[in-house]
Design a protein around this ligand. Structure first.
Ligand code: HEC
Length: 120
């Protein structure tokens, strides 16, 4: 337990020091908290996500979106969350990575959460 915490902490530090790169395994439970927090992801301001009241409809329903992604698209999903301008220069989705709204480790957690809401 103690070793696990220390390892996770070191990993988070290592990831935070790196620029946007390859996706790493994240923590879906923490990702859910980030996605729902108004001061972090606040994704429901624009997207339909499970269990959130009064979702926005500015962006696509993320449960539906995730059905279009497979495990090999993890890098693409990560890029969407890190900086959506890579796909749409005029997007209104905030560039969570470059604007330092979320760290690398937090983006990996969000991606893990997105895969967890995929309808199987
Ligand atoms: C200010 C509104 C806004 C916020 C906040 C926002 N998004 Fe988006 N997002 C959009 C829009 C609009 C699109 C559609 C793509 C575009 O802009 O061209 C999009 C697209 C996406 C896509 C690609 C969907 C697809 O079908 O390809 C993903 C994944 C995504 N958003 C995840 C998130 C996550 C996770 C969060 C929270 C961390 C978030 N978004 C926060 C507006 C937003």
């Amino acid at each position: 337990m103690k070793i696990g915490t220390v390892t996770a902490f070191s990993l988070a530090l290592a990831l935070a020091a790196l620029p946007a790169v390859a996706p790493a395994a994240g923590n879906a439970e923490n990702g859910k908290k980030i996605v729902e927090a108004k001061n972090l992801g606040n994704c429901a301001a624009c997207h339909v996500i499970p269990n959130m009241e009064f979702p926005g409809d500015v962006g696509p329903d993320l449960v539906a979106s995730m059905q279009g992604f497979t495990e090999k698209d993890r890098g693409t999903v990560r890029q969407w969350v890190w900086d959506a301008r890579a796909f749409d220069p005029d997007t209104i989705m905030p560039p969570f990575g470059p604007n330092k709204l979320l760290t690398n480790a937090e983006v990996d957690d969000v991606v893990e959460y997105l895969y967890s809401i995929q309808k199987k």
